[in-house]
Design a binder for this molecule. Structure first.
Ligand code: PMP
Length: 430
């Protein structure tokens, strides 16, 4: 009784003092966050909200960022289920151990650089688990600012929009290099080479090694050779952001081809890896950042620097997701299951590309070749923002304004409806 009385007296006093503080702030017209401006709504969030509130039974989600099966349902990969069963009963109360960290980083490096690559055995790879691809990019951006505060990052135009946000928030200035030709709907290789040549020597460039987001267009092996050569001449630094290894061609080795070409040419490079899409672990935030150094001594110094950045930012990575990934990568049977599952995902994307292309060609006199020339999860349709809006309004088909279609959202059931709608909104442009 006594305690309650004290409590209510205390609250009464406290409420009075809060009211007084609020009143006095109001009186001087000031509060702590007065200078914070509202930000424009994130474009993907806007599309998501509109999609969720649309009651139409025909609505199609073409902005979905993770894999969906032929019925449009989310998928837990079999390799992940089996790895989770193997880990069942482990207690994850402590931070990830140094042994588990090394195992994860080593397996990630083998994926990126090749299982027999000297880079791993020579110990000149400074690798660290990261909060997925986003976290790996952010760590690299921090390292770049720490050691090259005056440098910029050159990003492809277009690129995954968050690249701009990540380097902006790390206070590294950004420039772009040309990548895509809207008229040919192909790689603008000549312009890309010009921009790489014209950038000041020793510049940092971000490259997508496979399944470029958002265009689905990758340079050929010969083009990567040429790019690597110019990087060598200009002494540029290549930072590879690899979020889709295995879902461009269905083959992990082939999708790492660009990195292998740069390795063969002796570049010291860095690579961000993500398991969000390729293992369906979006919510677990598993990734890796690796930086190839001149020798093992330098690698150990860079690793120390990265660890310090991580300590101050979020202390340590989660445990369960990284253990799932390293369990799969360290077990030949689970790895084989994963590789088969990557082929299933890629085949589904390719089959849906072919179906969309076939349906459109049957209806439309425009060229839709680019749909089947592109690879990976995303199809850069070439639809204008106005056509995207019309698809949304008249057909309840939702995609970002840049016309990027997530092939994960296309199914046998909706592809005909989709092709018909695209034909209707594009026929007046002919
Ligand atoms: N890089 C690229 C090119 C991406 O498309 C994505 C995912 N959209 C990422 C990095 C990061 O994704 P996550 O943080 O989920 O690994």
């Amino acid at each position: 009784m006594m305690t309650m009385w004290r409590c209510s007296r205390y609250l009464g006093r406290r409420r009075r003092s809060i009211t007084t503080m609020a009143d006095s702030r109001a009186a001087v017209g000031w509060s702590w966050w007065d200078h914070a401006e509202p930000l424009p709504k994130d474009p993907i969030k806007t599309v998501t909200d509109a999609f969720l509130s649309d009651p139409s039974p025909f609505k199609i989600n073409l902005f979905v960022g993770t894999y969906r099966d032929a019925e449009g349902n989310p998928v837990v990969l079999d390799c992940v289920r089996k790895a989770a069963a193997k880990l069942a009963g482990c207690e994850f109360l402590d931070s990830i151990s140094p042994e588990d960290t090394s195992k994860l980083v080593e397996e990630c490096s083998k994926l990126a650089y090749g299982k027999d690559s000297g880079v791993v055995t020579e110990g000149r790879c400074a690798g660290i688990p990261a909060l997925s691809g986003t976290g790996a990019c952010r760590l690299f951006a921090e390292l770049q600012r720490r050691f090259y505060p005056e440098s910029k990052i050159y990003l492809p135009n277009p690129t995954w929009s968050n690249h701009h946000n990540i380097w902006r928030d790390a206070e590294v200035s950004r420039s772009t290099f040309r990548y895509y030709h809207p008229d040919t709907r192909r790689l603008h290789f000549q312009a890309l080479m010009e921009d790489i040549k014209n950038a000041p020597s020793n510049s940092f460039f971000l490259l997508h090694p496979c399944a470029h987001n958002p265009t689905g267009i990758d340079p050929s092996a010969e083009q990567w050779e040429e790019i690597s050569h110019v990087f060598k001449v200009k002494k540029h630094f290549p930072f590879f952001d690899m979020a889709y290894q295995g879902v461009a061609t269905g083959d992990l080795e082939r999708d790492a081809r660009a990195i292998r070409i740069f390795l063969k040419d002796g570049h010291l490079l860095a690579c961000a890896q993500s398991f969000s899409k390729i293992m369906g672990l979006y919510g677990h935030r598993v990734g890796c950042l690796s930086i190839l150094c001149a020798d093992d001594k330098q690698a150990s110094i860079i690793k120390g620097q990265l660890n310090q950045i991580v300590s101050a930012m979020y202390s340590s990575p989660p445990v369960h997701g990284p253990l799932l990934v390293s369990t799969i990568l360290n077990d030949p049977d689970l790895k084989a299951i994963w590789e088969e599952e990557l082929k299933v995902m890629t085949d589904r994307f390719m089959t849906m590309r072919a179906a969309l292309h076939r349906n459109l060609e049957a209806l439309s006199s425009l060229s839709w070749e680019h749909i089947i020339n592109q690879v990976g999860m995303f199809c850069f349709s070439g639809l204008s923002p106005k056509q995207v809006e019309q698809l949304r309004k008249d057909f309840q088909i939702y995609m970002p304004n840049n016309g990027r279609i997530s092939m994960a959202g296309v199914t046998i059931k909706n592809v005909e409806y989709l092709a018909n709608a695209i034909h209707k909104v594009t026929r007046s442009t002919h």
